[in-house]
Design a protein around this ligand. Structure first.
Ligand SMILES: [Fe+2]
Length: 231
C-alpha cells in the first residue's frame, strides 16, 4: 500500500500549488491513500470550507490539523460536518469534531489519528495517554495506523515514536547502542511543511516534490547520565 503524507500546507498559495499537482502525482505514483495537514491552508492561516474542499477534491483522503484548527470561527461547523477532517484528539471532548477516523483504502482498514504536542504548546491532555487510549479503542479493527503528531519539540515527537514502539520513553537506556532502532515496523517523519510563513510561497518554478536536506543536527546531553552512542 502506498501512502502519501503532506505536512502543514501553509497559506492559500501553497494550497493552490498542492491542489494543482496532487491528483496527477497520486495517479502517476499509484498512491492509495493521502493524508494532508491542512490546518493553515486558508488565506493566511486556519482552515475554511473552501480550502478544505480544494484539498479533498485534489485527492486528500483525510485532512489533519493542529493548534490552528480553530483559528477561524467557521471551522467549528466544518469539523462537525466533515468526518474526514480531524482536529487534535487531545483537545477537550467538548471541542467539535473527532481526533481519529477509521477508513478503507486498497482493501485495508486505515486508522488516522491527529495529535498535538504539549511541549512549548498549549497545555492539553497528555498526548501519550491519548494515543494509547485511541489505539486500544480500535485494537483489532485496523491494518495500518497513521499518526500526525503536530508538535514543536523534536524530542517530544521522537519520544512518542519510542513510546508507541513498545518502549516507555522514561526507561530507555541511553547507553544502549541500539536505542535508535524501532522494534516494530514504524516510519517516523520529523517536520514537514509546504510554504511556511517566513518563506515565499511556492510558485510555478518551485520543484514538485522538493527535497529537504538537513545539514546537521545537534544532540544535547545532561551531564553524569552515562555515555551516548551515535551511529
Ligand atoms: Fe500548527
Amino acid at each position: 500500500m502506498k501512502i502519501l503524507v503532506l505536512g502543514d500546507v501553509s497559506r492559500s498559495a501553497s494550497c493552490k500549488y498542492v491542489c494543482d499537482r496532487l491528483w496527477r502525482y497520486r495517479k502517476d505514483h499509484g498512491i492509495d491513500f493521502v493524508v494532508v495537514n491542512g490546518e493553515n491552508c486558508a488565506e493566511t492561516n486556519g482552515i475554511d470550507k473552501n480550502s478544505a474542499n480544494m484539498l479533498f477534491s485534489a485527492g486528500a483522503d483525510v485532512i489533519t490539523t493542529g493548534n490552528h484548527a480553530f483559528k477561524r470561527y467557521e471551522a467549528k461547523g466544518l469539523f462537525e460536518e466533515e468526518k474526514m477532517l480531524l482536529r487534535p484528539a487531545n483537545y477537550p471532548g467538548t471541542v467539535p469534531g473527532e481526533g481519529a477516523v477509521l477508513t478503507d483504502a486498497a482493501g485495508m482498514t486505515v486508522l488516522v489519528i491527529n495529535l498535538l504536542g504539549v511541549i512549548m504548546m498549549d497545555p492539553l491532555e497528555n498526548p501519550f495517554f491519548t494515543v494509547e487510549r485511541i489505539l486500544s479503542r480500535y485494537q483489532g479493527k485496523y491494518d495500518i495506523s497513521i499518526l500526525d503528531f503536530h508538535a514543536e519539540a523534536t524530542s517530544e515527537k521522537q519520544a512518542l515514536a519510542f513510546y508507541l514502539d513498545g518502549f516507555k520513553y522514561t526507561e530507555i537506556d541511553i547507553a544502549a547502542e541500539n536505542m535508535d532502532v524501532f522494534h516494530q515496523p514504524s516510519y517516523v517523519i520529523i517536520s514537514m511543511a509546504v510554504g511556511l510563513l517566513d518563506i515565499d510561497p511556492p510558485d510555478e518554478n518551485t520543484p514538485w516534490p522538493a527535497l529537504y536536506e538537513i545539514d546537521y543536527f545537534r544532540l544535547y546531553q545532561k551531564p553524569n547520565v552515562g555515555s551516548l552512542t551515535i551511529r
